[in-house]
Design a protein around this ligand. Structure first.
Ligand code: ADP
Length: 397
């Protein structure tokens, strides 16, 4: 087990035109035994960050610590890390036992120690009874478990996993997520896990490190990233479907947008100035038909809209709403100030093309600085407000 620390790590690749900054002044402090996901869109620098920890690439600047050791210049084999990658490279002509034990045999471990470790690892990944199978007799999920067992037998201080589930089908991926969580509990070892899939990161990690353009945007527990995103990027990346964003201007008692006004309690956002440009963010589940206003304690004033497209998902319906004169069908497109996405009950009677009044839950509205994207506040209602009029029930499911 070990703590992993990156101090001001920058990785620049020379592309002949001034260079690509793959990782930009990254500071990360991962606790001993923590499960941290590095998440972000393709090309944001997740794998490069991981490779600097693994020792597969040298940072241009900065220091990498594993435990108390500065490992920045150490080769991968001396770092106490084991890696699992997306592409599972098993030896096709070796059975499971030989695949798992290959590295140990190479390093001349005594046979009884090899047996002990392989049995223990096979037990953890639930491959007992399959040790004499050949890789082509196994499913994708089983092969991935062999790859994980091969990492476990090394008894590393840190597991580094780079999109290990990306090649599995959707159902197996969900199953393997729970397996990895169980594995983490059993081994109690630091796991650093790269994924572009925010759902994977949300469900597995103790903390998520959200990366964009080589820069760390936020590192926090999943629900903190969800409920208190540090900036517009995190707000838009975490959560599916994505948060609604509407441009607005701060006035004396709230935020004015093109199609509606939302009141706020001045005590919550003292730092804002009248006339400031902001981006308002609200998640689809925090937009409600106004007839359901009873369910929330601090609704905004009603907003007139028209339902454009309805997407029934089974357990909920996504309703794409148009405000004002929005003339085109905009489902699936990036949000503009003319549209809102609302999540509603599956048995809601709402139909496509219907005029509807909706409200926003002011307790769940986020405001971001329009120019920098930094979060300004995550709640337009003062924390101790309401009292006698606060009828809120804990209805979130
Ligand atoms: P991610 O894992 O988030 O998809 P990467 O870390 O693989 O992102 O890449 C980050 C950036 O660095 C990308 O712009 C990528 O093109 C660039 N990059 C990665 N590896 C190299 C390399 N060996 N040479 C040049 N550029 C690279």
């Amino acid at each position: 087990m070990a703590r992993v620390k990156l101090e001001h790590v920058t990785k620049r690749y020379d592309d002949g035109e001034g260079g690509v900054v793959a990782v930009d002044d990254m500071n990360l402090d991962i606790e001993d035994g923590e499960f941290v996901c590095l998440v972000g869109p393709s090309g944001c620098g997740k794998s490069t960050t991981m490779e600097t920890i693994a020792g597969l690439t040298q940072p241009t600047e900065g220091t990498v610590y594993i435990g108390d050791r500065d490992v920045t210049r150490l080769p991968p084999k001396d770092r106490g890390v084991a890696m699992v990658f997306q592409n599972i490279a098993l030896f096709p002509h070796m059975d499971v036992y030989d695949n798992i034990s290959f590295g140990l045999r190479l390093r001349d471990f005594p046979q009884d120690e090899i047996d002990r470790r392989v049995e223990h690892a096979a037990d953890i990944v639930q491959l007992e009874g399959m040790l004499d199978r050949m890789p082509d007799e196994m499913s994708g999920g089983q092969r991935q478990r062999v790859a994980i067992a091969r990492a476990i037998v090394r008894e590393p201080d840190v597991f580094l996993m780079d999109e290990p589930l990306a090649n599995l089908d959707a159902k197996l991926r969900v199953h393997m997520r729970t397996e990895l969580q169980r594995l983490h509990k059993e081994l109690d070892t630091t796991i650093i896990y790269v994924t572009h899939d925010q759902a994977e990161a949300m469900t597995m990690s103790d903390r998520i490190a959200v990366i964009d353009s080589g820069e760390l945007q936020q590192i926090a527990p999943p629900l903190v990233c969800y409920n208190q995103p540090a900036n517009l990027f995190v707000a838009g990346f975490i959560g599916s479907p994505s948060m609604n964003f509407v441009e607005g201007t701060v006035d004396e008692n709230g935020v004015e947008t093109e199609h509606f006004h939302v009141e706020f309690d001045p005590a919550t956002i003292d730092e804002l100035g009248v006339g400031d440009q902001v981006t308002m963010g609200v998640r689809p589940e925090n937009v409600h038909p106004s007839i359901e206003t009873d369910e929330i304690s601090h609704p905004s004033a009603p907003i007139s809209a028209e339902t454009d497209v309805l997407e029934p998902m089974g357990d909920e319906i996504f309703a794409y709403l148009l405000m004002g004169e929005g003339e085109t069908s905009m489902a699936q497109e990036t949000a503009s100030s003319d549209q809102l996405l609302m999540s509603i009950d599956p048995d809601s009677p709402i139909e496509e093309g219907q005029e509807i009044d909706v409200v926003l839950d002011r307790e769940k509205i986020h405001l971001f600085h329009a120019a920098t994207g930094d979060a300004l506040t995550h709640n337009l209602v003062a924390p101790a407000s309401g009292g006698a009029t606060d009828t809120r029930a804990e209805t979130d499911d």
